[in-house]
Ligand binder design. Structure first.
Ligand code: PMP
Length: 341
């Protein structure tokens, strides 16, 4: 990779968007740490310049495509995405002189779709259909890329540049920030890039780091990871996580345990993060942090557990933070208790 994520040519100065990706803080979640007797730490990926953990994958994919010569000046980057990868890619395309064409299921939040348009992506919203359907957004994006001269397909699910970016940046940052004192790594997976890249790096450093896959309902990965095969039950309002298949990025990643979290628990978690920690977070963070708390319960006090704060609540204000929308999905908006002085 020509440009290292988070590297600076001059102390304190990042060369543009590209070098501002990564080197995010690791935030101790005070309330949950106190409650469990563990150190529960969240990697603040919402602080990336494009606002999510997916900036790292987008950058890794783009740099590898440039290096291989597949992406030439003025070229187009095409991707099927739940939003965040498209947002990261579009920022990078703007910064490096490419066009972006984003295929996104129409079930994703209006905030993400609107933001993609504001950033200048060509956005095609498509009906959400299962992966086995040829019109699934991922497959459709691959076909569109093949039809446009000078276009590349980012292919985040099966392009290993995704997990390589996390192996090269997120993993080492977590290891350094904890001084190697980490007992468990907990993360949900969409493409699997974050989970697998970090898990592979940490296991290489220390066999005893426990890698725990977090999963929402409606995803087949919890059953798969616990030996029951690829089976999904129920559904989830979370976006960008869960899968019906094992992607190339997830394949071969170490998995020591798996935790499934329901939507109401994820909601309670993000509202507690907002009211008690001052952190305004998206839904996948609720799955991650609730799974980190469950992992703390399983391991007992005295352990250090790291998870990911993937993106901000701003991307879901009309959904996760709207009582009527939640009620329409059979969920109740958590009620704020009086915060002790
Ligand atoms: N959380 C959010 C909000 C996301 O958009 C994504 C990416 N789809 C993830 C978590 C999961 O990341 P990954 O694709 O690396 O598994």
């Amino acid at each position: 990779m020509g440009i290292r994520q988070g590297s600076c040519t001059q102390a304190g100065i990042s060369q543009g968007f590209v070098e501002a990706v990564g080197n995010t803080p690791l935030i101790r979640l005070r309330l949950l740490s106190d409650l469990t007797g563990c150190e529960i730490l969240g990697k603040a990926e919402f602080m990336n310049p494009g606002g999510s953990v997916k900036d790292r994958a987008a950058l890794g994919i783009l740099l590898e495509a440039e290096e291989s010569g597949a992406l030439q000046p003025g070229g187009t980057v095409v991707e099927g995405t739940a939003g965040n990868t498209g947002i990261g890619l579009t920022h990078l395309c703007n910064a490096r002189g490419y066009r972006s064409l984003i295929v996104i299921p129409d079930t994703q939040s209006a905030e993400k779709i609107g933001l993609l348009r504001s950033l200048g992506a060509e956005v095609r919203t498509v009906p959400a259909v299962p992966y086995r359907d040829p019109n699934n957004y991922v497959k459709l994006s691959g076909r569109i890329a093949a039809e446009i001269p000078g276009a590349i397909w980012a292919n985040q699910f099966d392009n290993l540049a995704n997990r390589r970016a996390h192996y090269a940046s997120t993993g080492p940052e977590i290891w350094e920030q904890t001084g190697g004192r980490i007992d468990a790594w907990v993360s949900a997976t969409g493409t699997g890039g974050t989970y697998a890249g970090v898990a592979l790096f940490l296991k290489e450093r220390s066999e005893r780091v426990r890698c725990v896959l977090a999963d929402p309902h409606g995803s087949a990965l919890h059953a798969w990871a616990t030996g029951a095969g690829l089976k999904a039950e129920g559904s989830s309002i979370t976006e960008g996580i869960g899968n019906s298949r094992v992607t190339a990025n997830l394949e071969g990643a170490p998995i020591d345990d798996a935790v499934r979290i329901d939507d109401q628990s994820a909601l309670e978690t993000i509202y507690q993060l907002l009211w008690r920690e001052g952190l305004f977070m998206g839904g996948s963070v609720g799955i991650n942090v609730a799974a980190a708390v469950e992992t703390a319960r399983r391991l007992g006090p005295g352990h250090t557990i790291v998870t990911v704060l993937c993106d901000s609540g701003d991307r879901y204000r009309s959904r996760l933070y709207d009582a009527d929308w939640l009620a329409s999905r059979g969920l109740s908006q958590p009620r704020r208790e009086r915060v002790p002085a």
